[in-house]
Structure formats: C-alpha cells, structure tokens
Design a protein around this ligand. Structure first.
Ligand SMILES: O=C(O)C(=O)[C@@H](O)CO
Ligand SMILES: [Mg+2]
Length: 260
C-alpha cells in the first residue's frame, strides 16, 4: 500500500504553515512534503516533524525569486553560482528534517537551446554529486506547460534519457502523475517503463488538480499498480482541496496510518 505524504504547501492551508504538521498527523498522515521551508528556522521545522511523528518525504531546493516567476535555475547557464549557493542553503534544512530527497527545479528556458541543455546536465550532475555524501537523492520533475509555461523540463522522455545517460545513483525521477497525464497520457505504461528510476510520486485529479477521487484517472488502480511495481517510496498529495482539507479526505480512508 503506498505511503502518502500530505503536501503542506497545498493541503491544510486553513492553518498557518507550522501548524499544518499537526493537522496532517491528526488526519492520519505519517509523512509530509512541501515546496519550500526556507522562511522558517530549520530546527523549528524539524521540531514540528518530531512532535507529530512525521517523516519529511521531500522538499524543493531554493528556486530563486518565486514571486517574480523564477522556477529554479538549473538550465540557466549564467546562474550556475546561484545554483551552487542554493545547494548550501538547503543542506541544513535537509539535516534538520531528515529528508532523503530534494527536488531540483530546472527554470524557465528553452529545452531546444543547446546551451540550456548543457547547463542543465551540468547542474543536475553537480547537485547530485554534492548531496551524495550526505545520503540524499536529487529528483527532477517534468512539469506540464499549461501550469508553468516555458518550464525547461516539460517531457518525461527527456528526463528519463538524462537520468539513464548520467547514471548517477542518487539522481532520480519525480513522477508527478498529474503532469504526466497532461503532457503525455498513457500513465500506467510510463510508470512501468520508468519505475526503476522513480524516486518520488505525486498525485492530483486531472484536469482540476483537486482530490484524487475522480475526473480523468482511476487512482485506486494506479495505487495498486505502484504496489505491483514494488514502488517503496512516497506518494505526495500535491492537490488543491476543493474545500476544507479534512472534508475531502474520503479517498484517503483506506490508506490512513500506513507506516514505513
Ligand atoms: O508543481 C509541481 O508539480 C511540483 O511538484 C513542485 O515541486 C514544483 O514547484
Ligand atoms: Mg509535482
């Protein structure tokens, strides 16, 4: 049975950020993820996890100026120094939370520009090698162009080929099923094809990005498929609840309290 991680950037937003940990635990989650912890002291985030018996499944490396539209800089050749600095910023948060994987964002760049591709390969390899001695994986996530127009990593095949080519053991795929269905479809076959390189999975209904309990995809089937594939990682619930988070957790009832 998959282990679900509540995404605290999108779920339980009825509560201030630091109180969302308790809300997630109360709702039966044993793990959480979120976009960014950097506005809060690392020790305080670690304390909220401990106090609530939660595992940190994932968070993102610093993306640059998010409010100004930056989405990371791994594919931006002129931002390599910023990329290197961002890894150092994230490390104390990784230590304080005990997280085992970090999402490296690619940035807004043209995937068909050779300089951007070269920068991306270099940044991804650098980040993975930087975190390897700390026992941390780096994950990369293709994102659909409707949600983030111009995002460099917008193709699962490109991500798969890069990971297979670089052959860095702690470099893996963040397989967000919501993005995969929008970009390509044929989700089950892609999960099967990429299961050996998948380090994290995320879910939401398509197209509304709400609770995974309806619309285009049959999630109970996909959860069983993850079991059939022997996927032992987390499934991040990266969706916008239709109303109060707690009121939309009917889909989660069979999976409540699943421990590692
Ligand atoms: O948008 C998504 O999907 C994510 O997983 C985020 O980490 C990207 O910011
Ligand atoms: Mg995602």
């Amino acid at each position: 049975m998959p282990r679900f991680a509540a995404n605290l950037s999108m779920m339980f937003t009825e509560h201030p950020f630091l109180d969302r940990f308790a809300a997630a635990a109360k709702a039966g989650f044993t793990a959480v993820e979120f976009l960014f912890p950097y506005d809060h002291p690392a020790e305080e985030v670690g304390r909220r996890l401990d106090d609530n018996g939660l595992i940190q499944a994932l968070f993102n490396l610093p993306p640059g100026n998010w409010d100004a539209g930056e989405k990371g800089f791994a594919a931006l050749p002129e931002r390599f120094d910023d990329l290197k600095a961002s890894l150092k910023t994230a490390l104390p948060f990784a230590k304080a939370t005990g997280v085992k994987r970090l999402h490296l964002m690619a940035g807004i760049a043209d995937r068909h520009d050779a300089k951007a591709v070269e920068a991306y390969y270099k940044s991804v390899a650098w980040a993975a090698e930087f975190f390897a001695p700390h026992g941390l994986d780096v994950v990369i996530e293709p994102i659909n162009p409707r949600n983030v127009p111009g995002y460099f990593l917008n193709d699962f095949g490109f991500a798969r080929d890069l990971i297979r080519e670089l052959k860095i053991p702690n470099l893996k795929l963040q397989f967000d099923i919501y993005h995969c269905q929008i970009i390509h479809g044929d989700v089950t076959m892609r999960l099967r094809e990429m299961s050996d390189i998948t380090g994290h999975v995320q879910i939401a209904s398509i197209p509304s990005r709400n609770e995974p309990d309806g619309e285009e995809l049959n999630y109970p089937f996909l959860f069983e498929e993850l079991d059939r594939l022997g996927y032992g990682g987390f499934v991040g619930c990266e969706y916008n609840p239709r109303g109060r988070t707690e009121n939309g957790l009917g889909w989660f009832a069979p999976y409540k309290g699943v421990k590692p």
